[in-house]
Ligand binder design. Structure first.
Ligand SMILES: [Zn+2]
Length: 193
């Protein structure tokens, strides 16, 4: 191993939580996946509550202000926008600072619909947006047993914890140099730049 390996940033952990109300006439989007349901989540963007919780966790790990500051709902540019684009954007920032996803774990709190059949597709879509292997992305679904607003099917909530670690440098490039928007890079050792 080279003695001249660049000094890596340390590990950084972040947590995120979000909740959106369910409303008629909206598509239900969770983890970037459109899920058949009679109602969807209302919000300025696609209201993907899971992607938002993960996005806030990444921003928290970076020590940055949360999504409300970064992507304000007063900005018409964000109306109807896919929340996977928010993830790509914050991860591009993270990579430019030398970080990549070590792993993340998230839970969606929803009384209905049943999310189990969609969890793998969510993991795959989230991993693609985050530029990490699907094995680094955990998504669980939990019901609230009829308790509280989520239990009464008034909305869906999500929580996420993200661990960031040093991105493995690509040969011939300094860490973070030329970090493109979600540009895939060859895996080196474990993790991905
Ligand atoms: Zn949100």
């Amino acid at each position: 191993m080279s003695e001249k390996a660049p000094r890596a940033p340390g590990l950084r952990i972040g947590c995120g939580a979000d909740v959106h109300p369910l409303a008629a006439g909206r598509r239900l989007v969770l983890g970037g996946i459109i899920i058949p349901h009679e109602r969807g989540l209302s919000g300025h963007s696609d209201a993907d509550v899971l992607a938002h919780a993960i996005c806030d966790a990444v921003l928290g790990a970076l020590g940055d202000p949360d999504m409300g500051v970064r992507f304000p709902d007063s900005d018409e540019a964000h109306r109807g926008r896919s929340s996977l684009e928010f993830l790509r954007e914050v991860m591009s920032d993270a990579r430019s600072r030398g970080y990549t996803i070590v792993n993340l774990d998230a839970v969606v709190l929803a009384e209905a619909p049943r999310l189990q059949p969609h969890l793998e597709a969510m993991r795959t879509a989230l991993a693609e947006a985050l530029g990490c292997p699907a094995a680094s992305v955990g998504v669980k679904a939990k019901r609230c047993e009829g308790i509280g607003a989520v239990g009464r099917k008034e909305g869906i909530a999500a929580q996420a914890v993200v661990l960031l670690g040093p991105a493995v440098p690509v040969a011939g490039a300094a860490p973070g140099a030329g970090a493109g928007r979600g540009a895939p890079r060859p895996a080196r050792r474990k993790g991905r730049a």
